[in-house]
Design a protein around this ligand. Structure first.
Ligand SMILES: *[C@@H]1O[C@H](CO)[C@@H](O)[C@H](O)[C@H]1NC(C)=O
Ligand SMILES: *[C@@H]1O[C@H](CO)[C@@H](O)[C@H](O)[C@H]1NC(C)=O
Ligand SMILES: *[C@@H]1O[C@H](CO)[C@@H](O)[C@H](O)[C@H]1NC(C)=O
Ligand SMILES: *[C@@H]1O[C@H](CO)[C@@H](O)[C@H](O)[C@H]1NC(C)=O
Ligand SMILES: *[C@@H]1O[C@H](CO)[C@@H](O)[C@H](O)[C@H]1NC(C)=O
Ligand SMILES: *[C@@H]1O[C@H](CO)[C@@H](O)[C@H](O)[C@H]1NC(C)=O
Length: 729
């Protein structure tokens, strides 16, 4: 068969299995000269067919923790030759390397609601990983924020699957456009750090498909090269040896053709894991650093004993080799020049180029303006003296690399902690950024002491405006900072609430800047002295500059919350569980869907964010067409910038399903970032297809187009709906 017929054949099979839910089964959207999976498999077969069992096992086995240049390396094959592949953290940049960019975190990229910026972020990361000779970037994390206190939620894209799907897709396409394999993680139900290696996530199949699997389905469509299974159990069985989630769902139902690798140390068996669909054990060891392995000789032995078929091992190596060939890593791939465990041994390879500019742009594009009374922002010339208050405005006292994996939890917060980090080459703190942008005649006073409330008050009362900086941090399980990996509470760290209250007594021009991994409680929210609240997330190395761009009005804010900020911690649908079974009893009501369904008013809703200008929406229209198996619904809306400054608006489209579908009140199904000059008007179209309008049918275990009357709502947030219009399918 020629490539074309095979591809078509494959598509037909998949289409019938998936009930029209797969957009492009062959994952060719990455373009940029990468091969299709079929082409990649042809190349992989021609080499793997010449490998011995031991050579094939080698491709699937990590060489061991701290034994190689990268956090993980596979064994190379000699005659036929296939290289050792290098796998390296993290979702936001290269971990354990020098002269690399440490940019905005996933959660902050998501709050830009800006597809092209997210794509560019993927591209520059891909360039850096490639230039250092890394074959697999261990990212993006596309896990959804289940509980706002979840320690690693900041690595991903927030509480909504549709948003995570789009952000994941753009990141993957960006990374893979550079020939680097993107690895989506942590498949699946790995949504808290507490008991992460022992607990079991219990998720019904409909919820699994409509919420937790959704971003993975979009990643497979985008041609993602690798998937990492998580530490947790799913339905009692470890994710990395779970036949249902690996074989049935990921490989058969979604049609994923690349390798599944274990999270580091997440493999628990040889035969069970291999037969359930695990393709690569990382970093190889049974327990990190023990030099033993469930694959390697154990896997070879299992094949000899007939417990694992050789075809299964061939499939593992084909998947790995195909992923490598798909990205064309056999052509001029740079050799690995980082040295994870002996940094001083690594040659200096500069890869940062002008990526600082992108990080700064993305940082300002991601700032969410939560409040702006009396148009106190942008800061004008009437402020001659500014007080900057709080340790979050200043440097990290321990130094940039003073604590392992960014776990200081002190000073300015521009990244959470754990394996999802990179070393800052430098960090522009808020005070640096603000000073760099200020006119000479402005006087700045500051304190980084969060506990000396009298000093804070003195400074505040002496200044025209006070900017108070506070933060809340979290990170990965293996490091505990002040009792946290998952956050123990939802309050600000370091006396933040008391500091804010003190300053609000001393000044009636208070601006808050809160850098946080996720939502925080705001007990001071009613205080009228607090004129503005600025929410920049985790902005990376250019944090202070990106913030100054917003404070001084060089950039008009357009960021939006990728999660709900509630009034009370109890208002959320899900919390960190200490039980061995983590039951996802909120089912489809994740994030804002729960607040909508239960009619709970949040403080700041999903999708919320202000601008320095004003937008009005009008003329909504909708056209629904059903053509055989294809459904297409197009909604248009006109948006006017009626204010006096240019700026970008983020109209969002939410869909209410027919009541018989049993869906939450509304679901995000579209957003667009549109730049509109003051006084101008633009028309925005949203297109919805079968994927957007279907539900997972538990009886047939298939996606099924909902039928009846839908409503599409377009607005500036999930609760600021400006126009709604029904359509029928
Ligand atoms: C490269 O990184 C090293 C180690 O952080 C640093 O000392 C050096 O200044 C960097 N070189 C450049 C050109 O940035
Ligand atoms: C094979 O796996 C077993 C656990 O099932 C382990 O005890 C043994 O050390 C492994 N062998 C090698 C060579 O790693
Ligand atoms: C790291 O590299 C240096 C310089 O080559 C070498 O002297 C040292 O032994 C290495 N350390 C380790 C732990 O491999
Ligand atoms: C919340 O946790 C942070 C970090 O551990 C701590 O600084 C703060 O005091 C705690 N707040 C409350 C109200 O418990
Ligand atoms: C809140 O605002 C009022 C008026 O702006 C002020 O007098 C008061 O002290 C502030 N602080 C607190 C903690 O209520
Ligand atoms: C789960 O975590 C809690 C809190 O850290 C701990 O008390 C409990 O023993 C853990 N349970 C299991 C099954 O590991």
């Amino acid at each position: 068969m020629t490539f074309l017929t095979r591809s078509t054949f494959f598509f037909l099979i998949l289409s019938s299995v998936f009930n029209a839910l797969v957009i492009s089964s062959d994952g060719d959207s990455s373009g940029d000269g990468s091969l299709t999976w079929d082409q990649a498999y042809d190349k992989a077969k021609s080499i793997v067919s010449r490998m011995s069992l031991e050579q094939k096992v080698g491709l699937a086995t990590g060489m061991g923790w701290e034994k190689t240049l990268c956090v993980g390396n596979t064994y190379a094959s000699i005659d036929p030759d296939f290289p050792s592949l290098c796998l390296q953290d993290s979702p936001l940049g290269i971990r354990f390397a020098d002269n690399v960019t440490a940019g905005v975190s996933g959660i902050t990229a998501a709050s830009s609601f800006d597809r092209s910026a997210i794509r560019q972020r993927g591209e520059y990361m891909g360039k850096e990983f490639r230039a250092k000779g890394v074959h697999f970037q261990l990212g993006p994390s596309i896990d959804i924020m289940r509980s706002p206190q979840s320690g690693r939620a900041w690595e991903g894209f927030g509480e909504d699957p549709w948003l995570a799907g789009v952000a994941g897709r753009e990141t993957i396409i960006g990374i893979q456009s550079q020939g680097v394999i993107a690895t989506v993680k942590h498949y699946i139900g790995n949504n808290q750090e507490t008991n992460r290696t022992t607990s079991s996530s219990i998720i019904d199949k409909r919820t699994l498909h409509e919420v937790w699997l959704w971003p993975y389905a979009r990643a497979v469509e985008a041609g993602v090269g690798a998937v990492m299974c998580g530490y947790n159990r799913f339905d009692g069985i470890y994710a990395c040896e779970n036949d249902y989630i690996l074989n049935t769902v990921l490989k058969n139902e979604l049609g994923f053709r690349g390798p599944v690798m274990s999270d580091w140390g997440a493999t628990h068996s040889t035969i069970k894991a291999a037969n359930a669909g695990l393709d690569m054990t990382m970093p190889g060891d049974i327990l990190m650093g023990d030099g033993l392995t469930f694959f390697g000789p154990n896997l070879t032995k299992a094949v000899h004993e007939g417990k694992v078929s050789e075809e299964r091992v061939t499939d593992m190596s084909l998947r790995i080799a195909a992923s490598h060939f798909k990205m064309m890593q056999d052509k001029n791939y740079p050799k690995t020049t980082l040295n994870t465990f002996n940094r001083t041994d690594a040659p200096v390879v500069l890869v940062q180029d002008d990526h600082d500019r992108l990080v700064r742009e993305m940082g300002s594009a991601s700032v969410v303006l939560l409040r702006n009374e009396d148009e106190i922002l942008p800061l004008g010339n009437d402020f001659k003296k500014i007080a900057i208050i709080g340790s979050n405005a200043g440097p990290i006292p321990e130094g940039l690399q003073g604590c392992p994996d960014q776990s200081c939890g002190n000073g300015h917060l521009a990244m959470g902690w754990g394996s999802g980090t990179a070393d800052f080459p430098y960090l522009v703190t808020p005070i640096d950024g603000i000073k760099a942008r200020m006119e000479d005649e402005i006087n700045v006073v500051h304190t980084f002491d969060d506990y000396d409330l009298d000093r804070a008050k003195d400074l505040a009362s002496s200044a025209d405006v006070s900017i108070v900086f506070a933060m809340a941090d979290s990170g990965e399980e293996y490091i505990v900072v002040d009792g946290n990996n998952d956050r123990m509470n939802m309050s600000l760290w370091h006396n933040g609430d008391k500091l804010i209250e003190a300053v609000s007594e001393a000044s009636d021009n208070v601006i808050l800047v809160i850098n946080s991994v996720g939502p925080v409680l705001m007990p001071w929210i009613e205080n009228k002295s607090i004129k503005a609240i600025v929410w920049p997330g985790l902005a990376g190395q250019e944090s202070g500059n990106a913030l100054a761009d917003i404070l001084f009005g060089d950039v008009n804010p357009s960021g939006r919350l990728p999660y709900t900020i509630a009034k009370n911690a109890e208002d959320y649908p899900a919390h960190i569980s200490t039980h061995s079974e983590v039951v996802y009893s909120e089912k489809l009501l994740v994030g804002y869907k729960y607040f909508d369904a239960k009619d709970i008013k949040p403080l700041f809703e999903f999708g919320y964010g202000l601008s320095y200008t004003k937008f009005e929406y009008d003329d909504i229209s909708v056209v629904a067409e059903r053509n055989g198996a294809n459904t297409k619904v197009v909604t248009s809306i006109t948006i006017n910038n009626v204010g006096s400054v240019d700026g970008a608006e983020i109209p969002q489209a939410y869909i209410t399903f027919p009541p018989s579908a049993g869906e939450p009140p509304k679901l995000l199904r579209g957003f667009e970032k549109v730049y509109i000059k003051a006084g101008d008007t633009k028309t925005v179209n949203f297109e919805f297809t079968d994927v957007d309008l279907s539900t997972w049918d538990e009886e047939s275990e298939k996606w099924k187009l909902a039928e009846g009357q839908f409503t599409v709502h377009v607005g500036a947030s999930s609760r600021d709906i400006r126009a709604s219009i029904p359509f029928t399918i």
